[in-house]
Design a protein around this ligand. Sequence first.
Ligand SMILES: Cc1cc2nc3c(=O)[nH]c(=O)nc-3n(C[C@H](O)[C@H](O)[C@H](O)COP(=O)(O)OP(=O)(O)OC[C@H]3O[C@@H](n4cnc5c(N)ncnc54)[C@H](O)[C@@H]3O)c2cc1C
Length: 293
Amino acid sequence: MSSLEIFSPTDLNDALRFIEHDGRNAAVIASGTDLLPRMRRRQISPSILVDISSFTEDLRYIRQSDGTIRLGALTTVTNLLESPMFYGNLSIVREAAMLFGAPQVRNVATVGGNICSAASSEDLIPVFMALDAKLKLVSARGERTVPLKDFIVGKRQTAMKPSEILAEVSFSPPEGHGWTAYEKLGRRNMLILAIVNEALSLTLEDDVRTIRSARVALNRVSGKIPALAVKTNDFLKGRRVTDQTIAQAQKVLASELSLTSDFRGSGEYRAEVAQVYLRRLMERCTRQIGGHS
Ligand SMILES: Cc1cc2nc3c(=O)[nH]c(=O)nc-3n(C[C@H](O)[C@H](O)[C@H](O)COP(=O)(O)OP(=O)(O)OC[C@H]3O[C@@H](n4cnc5c(N)ncnc54)[C@H](O)[C@@H]3O)c2cc1C
């Protein structure tokens, strides 16, 4: 039987120094709501857990400066729900947080753990992708910033090096005539892992009809990988919001989805739901933009 050690670093620098040398066999643990069930199922078998959960002074915060919102990696889903920041054109974050697990999970589940799990059932990944979030990765050698859209490189795979820790997620609210919205389909109302989840950040030109930018992101675009619906987003840019545009965009979305079936739903069903959600998200955002301009 393989043994498991737990390392409790004194601070972030201590953790970074440790994983610089022993990162390959180690896994960072925040609250463990994703990691521990996976270890129990023997999907991963790290030999050392590096416990960062006590670094709340350094890594748990929600700040806003110069129009950018910054979330420390240890920010919990409950922290998101309790923040006054996620109303209006940023209510997408609140919507996703409200649909997340159950209160017990929300109280501990962290933003950083959600993103680093890179799973196709996570609520916050499509939301932050739609918001074009950037990730601050720190290591003993320094720090770098990676756009979230480039961070997830495969099924449960990220661009993070074993010597790195995710420290911060940052994004800006949509500018001008912009709005955001989120839809999630699960099998029940609580403790649901998403069958389909889809997020949209939509910005219109001053005429409040022409699309300046659309960022649709889903929990699965190809296989089990969360990603932006790049072709759909390109198609929507510069078009007027009409029934016909949305109907055409639904077809483009269907053509770029390459979904597999599993016990939660078939690929065909997921693609059908994704198209319905696209229309719903477009209508919700344009209605809100119309009401606020
Ligand atoms: C009952 C239950 C219900 C759930 N419901 C939902 C749901 O509705 N929606 C949803 O999205 N998820 C859900 N989850 C999954 C899980 O709660 C989330 O993914 C959560 O955000 C993970 O955060 P964590 O702090 O527990 O991460 P952990 O389990 O500690 O870590 C997850 C992964 O990220 C890595 N990691 C964590 N933090 C960092 C960091 N700062 N830097 C580098 N690597 C890091 C770990 O090594 C691990 O690989 C549920 C889980 C359970 C058990």
